[in-house]
Ligand binder design. Structure first.
Ligand code: ADP
Ligand code: MG
Length: 274
């Protein structure tokens, strides 16, 4: 969506992998929170009809009158649908079950793959200027995910450190390539993130070395360990950074934020020791 000469539009990062349970939502919530903690005004847009990111940030279904669905269908501006969370600098555009009918509703629309991009390109008024938008994608390569990839500057791919992890990746890579050839030539890969990594487990190590051998520099240095605090935090309606700030999960997502913000030249390596 943005380009290098345009400082005003937020950088849009889609968190995508058509496999379920690989850590997309956990990454979207905690990385968005870690970016906000670093002073970046950040929006998490929940694009999964299950609404796990919305629940995980404590937004109850009754407080989702305006949702991603309305934004996607051009029925409400993003500015009205997004809401503040309890975390300074972090906003949420919530999802509700309306989104499960979006695929059908989009299908008959001529602009069915670019609806989200158009919605995100509307300028935000007031003081809600955003630095980053994270999109939490559903576990499919449906029109919803396609909309996210068309709207995004980059795609961040969580990869669960387990057997068959790399198998599903080729389909996603193919989809990314097709979108580059058509609707979004500038789409880049933010990185491949190894999640639920267990360093005592040979299988995790094997998946890591396979991924680094095959995908090279696309694989991010930071890996997210398997950490029970990460799975507990959503039921307390907060990111792990707030739920257990010194947990290994929190430390890892802060390290990931640092790695990406340095890459985006928003942080200097010298600032990273805190
Ligand atoms: P997705 O959005 O890809 O479906 P989730 O982020 O919802 O995946 O994660 C699937 C499940 O695994 C959730 O119960 C989540 O709490 C748990 N989980 C995710 N990442 C970790 C981790 N690093 N350590 C432990 N549990 C995790
Ligand atoms: Mg999810």
């Amino acid at each position: 969506m943005s380009d290098a000469t345009d400082n005003t539009s937020p950088r849009v990062i889609a968190v995508a992998n058509q496999k379920g349970g690989v850590g997309k939502t956990t990454t979207a919530i905690n990385l968005a929170a870690a970016f906000a903690e670093r002073g970046q005004n950040t929006l998490l847009l929940d694009l999964d009809p299950q609404g796990n990111a919305s629940t995980g940030l404590g937004v109850l279904p009754e407080s989702r009158d305006l949702s991603t669905y309305d934004v996607l269908m051009g029925e409400a501006p993003l500015e009205r649908a997004m809401q503040m969370t309890g975390i300074p600098g972090l906003w949420l555009c919530p999802a509700n079950s309306d989104l499960s009918s979006a695929d059908m509703a989009l299908y008959s629309n001529q602009n069915r793959t670019s609806m989200l991009r158009d919605a995100l390109q509307q300028p935000l008024l007031g003081d809600s200027a955003l630095d980053y938008i994270f999109i939490d994608c559903p576990p499919s390569l449906s029109l919803l995910t396609i909309n996210a990839l068309v709207a995004a500057d980059t795609v961040l791919v969580p990869l669960q450190s387990e057997f068959f992890a790399l198998e599903g990746l080729s389909q996603l890579m193919l989809t990314i390539r097709e979108i580059r050839q058509t609707a979004n030539p500038d789409l880049r890969i933010e990185g491949i993130l190894l999640t639920m990594y267990d360093q005592r487990n040979n299988l995790s190590q094997q998946v890591e070395s396979d991924a680094r051998d095959n995908l090279g520099a696309l694989v991010l240095n930071t890996m997210i360990p398997r950490n029970v605090r990460l799975s507990e935090a959503p039921s307390f309606a907060m990111p792990v950074l707030n739920y257990d700030t010194a947990s290994r999960g929190a430390v890892a997502y802060r390290a990931l934020a640092r790695e990406l913000l340095i890459k985006h030249q928003k942080l200097k390596p010298a600032e990273t020791s805190q």
